[in-house]
Design a protein around this ligand. Structure first.
Ligand code: PAN
Ligand code: ZN
Length: 187
């Protein structure tokens, strides 16, 4: 049953790609993400125009209006800076106590959660996985695979995005590959 629902949403997303909807697309390049990665030497050796992830969003109601839902499709390229995998910037919602669903469509990764006390935990994201992100919880997705990682998202239209605290303080855990093994380095 669960698989059936995800299969049909995957068909909708991959086959029709929000066709007929007014989609707003954005791309994050390495040059937008200097503060995010740990290894500044490895970072400076890479092409700043390398895309890290792209997002297609469908906003059926005005931003900040309560009662509506927004929909996003994110694709994170495979890649690393030093040993650290490509990932999204990550954020809290500005309207703190608003939740979100993520679901894996293709590829593999980790969804990293962090609460306001900086406690972190993670869930594996794979094709068909479903993830509930509670309110007051920062969220970031990391592509730990060798292919594109695609996932869907649905969040309240009055959630807003607060990138500031993550830009300043980061997450309290990083996901890196060392000697061919995936490890999580906690603060
Ligand atoms: C998602 C994210 C998307 C990109 O739609 O906005 O995956 O990640 P960043 O916003 O962290 O750059 C979402 O969580 N919306 O609320
Ligand atoms: Zn969010």
């Amino acid at each position: 049953m669960r698989q059936g629902i995800i299969q049909s949403s995957k068909m909708f997303l991959v086959a029709n790609r929000l066709e007929g909807k007014k989609v707003e697309s954005s791309i994050r390049y390495l040059s937008d993400m200097e503060a995010v990665f740990m290894d500044k030497v490895a970072f400076s050796a890479l092409d700043p125009q390398q895309p890290v992830y792209e997002v297609d969003c469908y906003f059926p109601v005005a931003d900040n209006k309560s009662g509506g839902l927004f929909f996003g499709l994110t694709r994170i390229f495979p890649g690393k800076v030093g040993g650290e995998f490509f990932m999204t910037k990550g954020h809290f919602h500005s309207n703190n106590d608003t939740a979100e669903f993520y679901w894996g469509i293709k590829g593999k990764g980790l969804l990293l959660f962090m609460d306001k006390t900086r406690k972190v935990w993670a869930e594996e994201m794979t094709e068909g996985s479903v993830h509930y992100i509670p309110g007051n919880t920062a969220h970031r997705v990391i592509n730990t695979g060798v292919e594109m990682l695609s996932f869907g998202a649905c969040w309240p239209s009055d959630a807003g995005h607060d990138y500031g605290s993550i830009e300043k303080e980061g997450f309290s855990a990083r996901v890196v590959e060392k000697d061919g093994k995936l490890i999580i380095i906690e603060e």
